[in-house]
Design a protein around this ligand. Sequence first.
Ligand code: UGA
Length: 431
Amino acid sequence: MKLAVIGTGYVGLVSGVCFSELGNEVICVDNAASKIELLNNGEVPIHEPGLKELIASNTAAGRLSFTTDLAAAVSSSEIIIIAVGTPSLPDGKANLAYIEQAAEEIGRAIDDYKVVVVKSTVPVGTNEKVADIIRNHSVASFDFASVPEFLREGTAVRDTLNPDRIIIGTASDRAAELLTELHRPLTDQITITDVRSSEMIKYASNAFLATKISFINEIANICEKVGADVEEVAKGMGMDRRIGSSFLKAGIGYGGSCFPKDTQALIQIAGQMDYDFKLLKSVVEVNRDQRFNVIRKLDDLLGDVAGRTIGIWGLAFKPETDDVRDAPAFEIIEALLERGAQIKAYDPIASNNFEKIFKRSEVQYCESAQEAAQDADALCILTEWKEFIDIPLTDIQKWLKTPNLIDGRNIYKEEDLEATPFAYYSIGRPK
Ligand code: UGA
């Protein structure tokens, strides 16, 4: 099949590349000329395992190309996938400006029957608006569908090629048939539903996963008080198939470009309908507070952090990505600087992105995990990079001035620390 994918962000680029891997002819479109130039030179604007290799092989096979020419891409494709960003506005609502602009340009370019798919995460009713905009600019016939994306950063290629399910929201049998054929090589778990339910499935899924995380984080906080171990509790809970074991990892809370944005957007969507989504508001509040456990534990350990050197391992919101959007590290480091601590930070790949966004210049960005830990009064682990897990505790002990370890992601087992001199604080374990 011939596809045009509008937007080469995470979702657009990974989806486009994976569809080409399935043998489709894919043109990826972006209005940022510099990004297209980069991609045409075989470079990848994001860090995502396996993506660069797939781009190289599929462009070499002539199935994948990159352009800024939206009209030409639309004209030569049967399926148009919109995957532009929907960032948060200051009030938490999703900003639909990029979607609307894409719809207008698609409308002007459509010359023959097309199926237009919205893959971006959009509030309920947006697909219909997109269809209206296209209709206002075109006389050609088209059908539209909502096909939300469920990939995770860091495992985006694997998730896209092995999805748990594909949701197709459309009122058109023709579109449903074409899109089923497109996705059939990926999975048999394909559900056809109405457009609005499809749009809602995406928000509800992310909100539910965020709820699971905040729930286990609150259980962790209670575990610390009653002397239980949240890792054991999560394991025991997860064995119940109705609960499931994933997304029950306690820590310093969720970050990233999706959960913070989509939970806020769903609260706004509900609010516009005069519905107060109390549960989700609490999920957001719990998540915001959870990161400050690191500060509370440091205070407990050091008394006062003023004048102390704190090593920070991990700035990305999760491992295997250089994405720092809404990473807990921002507020943790900010709070430590406010209290007069000196910060030495290291991340395997996200330091540059962090430094670009972080407003304060006092942070010392280090070239290695050792450099960040060297002579520090305490070390805080904020992202569970494998590189950190692989470092022997004896090395960390040698590097630190005092063996104080705050493990914000529970990368160690309690017993690993038993015969060591470490003062070890993790999340949700008895102290
Ligand atoms: C999330 C969803 O998992 C995807 O299904 C969805 O497609 C994506 O948002 C999106 O809407 O585009 P992502 O944000 O890339 O994916 O990463 P996750 O693996 O979900 O992690 C999000 C955050 O939750 C991270 O900060 C992670 O550390 C945290 N987390 C995750 C926990 O604290 N505990 C867990 O058990 C799981």
